[in-house]
Write a protein that binds this ligand. Sequence first.
Ligand SMILES: [Zn+2]
Length: 300
Amino acid sequence: MSNLKDLIGDSVELVFVSDRKRSIERAITHLYPLSRHCCCMWHVEKNLIQRHFNASSIFLFKQAATTYRVEEFERLMGQIRRVSERCYRYLEKASFSFWSRALFVGDRYNIMTNNNAESLNSMLRHARSLPITFLVEHIRKTMQKWFYERRTNATTCSTILSSRMENELQTTFEAGTRLRAHELTNSLTQVGISNDTEIVDFSDNTCTCHEFQLNRMPCAHATRGATLSGKSLYNLCSPYYTSEYWRGAYIEVIYPVTREVDWVVPNEILGTHILPPIVRRPPGRPPHDVSELDTSPLPK
Ligand SMILES: [Zn+2]
């Protein structure tokens, strides 16, 4: 986590989505005091299933976790409490703002990101038992392949947003065409009918439905309002959704490790004593005797 900090720093815009492991929590609090931390909804759902909460409370949890509105969240939590007080207590202990989209302070967006972590986990499952140099080479080789494939996909994408977000924007836009809208001021537009009306504010890109500001993608009301006043929909989307950012993520080339004779190793590395990593000892096994380890510097 501290190496990651050297690369990305700490900021209020940074959000960690974790599986609530204590070690992760500690590292984030210590190293990234400005960042925000929430947990993966899918992970909480898995915990609810493991704890045998009934199907209707799990169904209600999914709705409560993903709703954008605080009032709707509170209504659903009331229902969960009626269905299972035990489930309600469990979710309360996990802290509502930690898993609820409506209550979380920070940008969660609306993209499932734990697939990356899961893919890495499954890729490393068997490789973990390899000696460390083979493990590192296995990771390097896999990353090289993954980066190449993703870079190729991103480079062939000719739309402004990435393919997936372009489709999403199209679907939202079509839903918006069915709505009625009229402008209130230069920046405010009212969208909807009678008691189902939302107000879009283009001065800070928000909507009373909360989807616009939480997803950083226009909601149906915002697409309708933007069309009415001739605003570009793309200017309302977070740059993170653009194909340019997608390409940027995979721009670095991962090279193979060349022949050892060609290595240029800096002096400070040559003089470093490298010890094996600290690992958890299996029960019953004596601790390593450090004096037995080969701690001599690497050969020149
Ligand atoms: Zn809206």
